[in-house]
Design a protein. Structure first.
Length: 291
């Protein structure tokens, strides 16, 4: 009995020491974007899209289920539709979570089916056709902070003040996104009483994009990170005739809104370097010894 107790105490001390020495972070600290920028600050208009009506305000009981007050549910419609008699309207939903992330439950495959819709086939993950012409490599970022390509890119916001409150500003993209590394979305088709509903979503989590909820959990619990967050971006519509058209519509919207979306999450390069937030534990670490 005594020997077993000693061994247990020794093991607990050893594990604690190992956690401290290796810089393992079992508890994640909440983190917010610069100036705590909210999703409601996303522009109401881009070159091709404009808001319809007012943003949807969730009732208190739905907010409790949603688990965050930093969310956006907004309708956009095409400004220059191919078919003037039938412009495409989309619903854009975003929700930001940080800190103690234990699950990622709010995805269409669960919520839509739970609401009575029937999923017509399995979800598929496909890349978005996003225009990278305004992207540029950020050569100030060390290779260890980049993705597989060892590079981090920036995008330039619109120069038109009607489309942004920071005209011409350059914003870093997720570290796994570049001209040869597109953003992928998970697409699903649901059968409703009157029309087919299409839904697609992806996540931005700890500086990367993912199209799978399980991958988000893995990023959020990276033992090397002090902080964790994720942002879900989802697009729904019943105003298209095919999945191919929906993918095209989603790519158009994300192309024009991506830089603004990235302003609503922390700049993960600054987090890794210890530059943000002001109380980041990495700020005072010696880069030579920083694991």
């Amino acid at each position: 009995m005594v020997a077993a107790t000693v061994m247990l105490l020794f093991g607990a001390v050893a594990i604690g020491a190992m956690i401290r020495v290796r810089g393992i972070h079992l508890k994640k600290t909440p983190i917010y974007p610069a100036e705590n920028r909210q999703l409601s600050n996303l522009p109401t208009e881009t070159e091709s899209w404009i808001r319809v009506g007012s943003d949807y305000v969730e009732p208190a009981e739905i907010l409790e289920v949603l688990g965050t007050e930093n969310y956006l549910t907004r309708q956009y419609t095409e400004k220059h539709p191919k078919n003037p008699d039938r412009p495409v309207m989309i619903q854009v939903h975003g929700a930001y979570y940080t800190g103690g992330i234990d699950t990622v439950p709010h995805v269409p495959e669960r919520c839509f089916v739970g609401g009575g819709l029937q999923q017509s086939s399995s979800s598929i993950v496909l890349p978005l056709d996003i225009d990278p012409s305004g992207w540029a490599e950020d050569r100030s970022v060390p290779e260890e902070f980049g993705g597989e390509s060892k590079k981090v890119y920036t995008t330039r916001l619109s120069n038109d003040r009607a489309y942004t409150d920071a005209p011409g500003m350059r914003v870093r993209l997720p570290r796994n996104v570049g001209p040869s590394e597109p953003i992928s979305m998970r697409f699903s088709e649901f059968i409703g009483q009157e029309r087919t509903i299409y839904a697609g979503y992806f996540f931005i989590a700890n500086g990367q994009t993912k199209a799978n909820a399980n991958d988000v959990r893995a990023l959020a619990f990276n033992l090397d990170d002090d902080y964790s967050y994720y942002l879900k971006i989802q697009i729904n519509t019943n105003a298209v005739d095919s999945l191919e058209e929906f993918i095209e519509v989603s790519g158009s919207f994300i192309s024009e809104m991506l830089g603004e979306i990235m302003r609503c999450v922390p700049d993960w390069t600054d987090v890794q370097r210890g530059d943000y937030p002001p109380d980041n534990p990495k700020r005072n670490q010696d880069p030579k010894t920083d694991s």
